[in-house]
Design a protein around this ligand. Structure first.
Ligand code: AMP
Ligand code: MN
Ligand code: MN
Ligand code: MN
Length: 284
C-alpha cells in the first residue's frame, strides 16, 4: 500500500486558517496519511496537531518553516522531524517572532503613508495570538475593501518596492540548517522554484545548503509547475539531495492547492522519508 505524504502545511499558529486540530482533521478527510505541520517560525501548534493525529489515525511529522535571508533574498527552509521541545530551536524562533512583530509595525507605518491607517492593529486582530505575516495584512486590506483579493494586495502593497514592504533581516541559512539538524530534524529547501535566483545562484544555494548538512529540496509543491518537478528532481539528483513533497496548504481561499492532490515524486527521486524508521518497509 502506498501512503500519501504531505510534508508542508500551515495552521492558524502562523498564516493558515485552520487550527492545528482542524488542519489534521482536514488532511485526514482528504486522504493524507502522513502530514507535516510546518508553521512559519513557530512550533507551538505541534502538540495539538499530534493529539489530533492520533484521533484521526494519521501520522504527524513535527515540522517548521524558517524564514531565512540569503543574498538579500528571503528563502524558506522547512525542518522535518524536529524536536519541538528543543531549547535552542525554541529560543531562536522566539527571537524571530519578536523581530517579526517589529517588522509588522514598520509595515503598518509604510501603509499609513499610503493612506491605509491602522493596518498593524487590523492585522494583529486577525492574527489573534499568532505571528503577524503579510497574509494577515492582506486579509485586513481585503476585509476593509481596499483591494479585491489577496493576490492583488501582494502585488500592489506587500512586495519589494511597495508601501507595505519592509526590508527584513531573517536568520542566516547556516543558522537555520544548524538549528534544524541540532534538534534532530532534516532541513529541506521549500519551494525552490519560487525564488527569483537565476541558475548560477541556484547552483550556489544548493551547494552551500548541502555543505551545511541540508538534506532535501521540495520537488513537488503547489508552487511548482510539472516541468519544474523534473527540473528540481534533476538538481536534487545532481547534488545528492533527497526530495520532498507538500501542498503548502494554508486554508480555503488562500492556498494554491487543496490537500491530498499532489503528484507523485518523479521516479528518479529519493524521497526525504526514505530512512524514516516507521516507513522503511513501505517507502519506495
Ligand atoms: P511573511 O513571512 O510575513 O513575509 O509572509 C509570507 C507568506 O505570505 C508566505 O508564506 C505565503 O503564505 C504568503 N504569500 C507570499 N507571497 C504571496 C502572494 N503573491 N500571494 C499570496 N500569498 C503570498
Ligand atoms: Mn505562508
Ligand atoms: Mn514558504
Ligand atoms: Mn509554507
Amino acid at each position: 500500500m502506498s501512503l500519501i505524504f504531505d510534508l508542508h502545511s500551515h495552521s492558524n499558529i502562523s498564516d493558515g486558517l485552520l487550527s492545528p486540530s482542524e488542519l489534521v482533521a482536514h488532511a485526514a478527510t482528504h486522504g493524507v496519511n502522513v502530514l507535516a505541520l510546518t508553521d512559519h517560525d513557530d512550533v507551538s501548534g505541534l502538540a495539538l496537531a499530534g493529539a489530533a493525529a492520533i484521533e484521526h489515525n494519521i501520522q504527524l511529522v513535527n515540522g517548521v518553516e524558517i524564514s531565512v535571508t540569503w543574498k538579500k533574498r528571503t528563502l524558506h527552509i522547512v525542518g522535518l522531524n524536529i524536536d519541538p521541545e528543543n531549547i535552542a530551536l525554541k529560543a531562536a524562533l522566539a527571537e524571530v517572532r519578536v523581530a517579526r512583530d517589529l517588522r509588522a509595525q514598520q509595515m503598518g507605518e509604510g501603509l499609513a503613508k499610503a493612506g491605509i491607517l491602522n493596518a498593524y492593529e487590523g492585522a494583529k486582530l486577525i492574527a489573534k495570538q499568532s505571528i503577524i505575516t503579510r497574509v494577515h495584512f492582506a486579509r485586513f486590506l481585503v476585509e476593509e475593501g481596499y483591494v479585491k483579493d489577496t493576490k492583488t494586495v501582494f502585488k500592489k502593497y506587500l512586495v519589494r518596492g511597495k508601501p507595505g514592504f519592509v526590508e527584513h533581516q531573517w536568520m542566516s541559512l547556516e543558522q537555520a540548517v544548524n538549528l534544524i539538524i541540532d534538534s534532530g530534524g532534516m532541513a529541506v529547501i521549500a519551494h525552490p522554484g519560487r525564488y527569483d535566483l537565476g541558475s548560477v545562484n541556484m547552483l550556489e544555494l544548493l551547494h552551500e545548503f548541502r555543505s551545511y548538512g541540508g538534506a532535501a529540496i521540495e520537488v513537488v509543491t503547489s508552487s511548482h509547475t510539472p516541468p519544474q518537478y523534473q527540473q528540481f528532481a534533476k538538481l536534487a539528483h545532481q547534488f545528492s539531495l533527497k526530495s520532498s513533497q507538500g501542498s503548502d496548504y494554508h486554508g480555503q481561499g488562500i492556498s494554491f492547492m487543496e490537500m491530498g492532490r499532489l503528484a507523485d515524486l518523479p521516479s528518479n527521486c529519493v524521497p526525504v522519508w526514505q530512512d524514516w524508521p516507521q516507513f522503511q518497509s513501505i517507502a519506495h
